[in-house]
Design a protein around this ligand. Sequence first.
Ligand SMILES: CC(C)(COP(=O)(O)OP(=O)(O)OC[C@H]1O[C@@H](n2cnc3c(N)ncnc32)[C@H](O)[C@@H]1OP(=O)(O)O)[C@@H](O)C(=O)NCCC(=O)NCCS
Length: 249
Amino acid sequence: MPEFTIRECTTLEDYAACIDLQRVVWQFDNLDITPLRSFVSARRNGGFTLGAFDKTGKLSGFAHALAAFDEKLMPYYYSNMLAVEPALQNAGIGIKLKLAQREHALKRGVSLMTWTFDPLQSRNAYLNIGKLAGVVRKYFVNYYGNQSTSALHRGLDTDRLFVEWWVNSVHVIDILSGKSRSERAEAALEVPRNIEVIKKRDIEEARHWQLKLRAGFQACLGEGLYCAGFEADPGGGNGRYLFFKNQIL
Ligand SMILES: CC(C)(COP(=O)(O)OP(=O)(O)OC[C@H]1O[C@@H](n2cnc3c(N)ncnc32)[C@H](O)[C@@H]1OP(=O)(O)O)[C@@H](O)C(=O)NCCC(=O)NCCS
């Protein structure tokens, strides 16, 4: 794994590098780029951006979080972007950035961090639920509408899972320390290993996966189950979301 340092982004140069990375990772048009002034105002109002910098000081990845309140006015962080330079993906930078976000939250006494991700993205599911122990109790249909200019969002509705990461919970501490959940899963939903390949091959097949997952999540969450596990196939096959009855937070 390449050597890199994680530190908070604080300068205009740091934020400009985050903007460049957004273009590379999501291939957004200007309209969809989070601009420099949003990074500045997020930091001045309780949010924070962490960057992974290589030995030369170049930004290789970043995680951007906003200060937020839930409906009972409990403060939490909303992490609305995590990105790693394509050539350096799958080398552990993403998980290191998330763990650094957790440390930041723990130091400030913030117990919850949330974010959303596309349920069709198996890698994100494995990272967010399988490795970090985020849990999902909400499914949003076409969250951002169909206007996104990102290459990653093209051709499908922007359905999203809402992840809750209770950073100091038994579930998170257990999974991060390598323990697995002993309770048997009540239900499982399959997700394709690589939706991008399917999208390129046949967009109707990708839509079929989206509708199947949407219906499956709605049914499981509707029955009061919650998603608290993800099983990746070490052989490179499809992964599975796992649903449980008892909510250990
Ligand atoms: C999502 C992202 C931030 C993760 O960062 P990363 O540095 O690539 O992630 P990591 O290397 O820490 O972890 C990825 C894990 O998923 C595994 N993985 C890779 N492809 C996978 C797949 N198709 N299905 C399941 N797991 C997969 C990797 O092997 C790795 O696990 P391991 O460490 O146990 O081997 C990065 O890939 C990215 O920028 N993606 C595009 C933008 C995006 O989707 N951002 C997040 C939503 S806002």
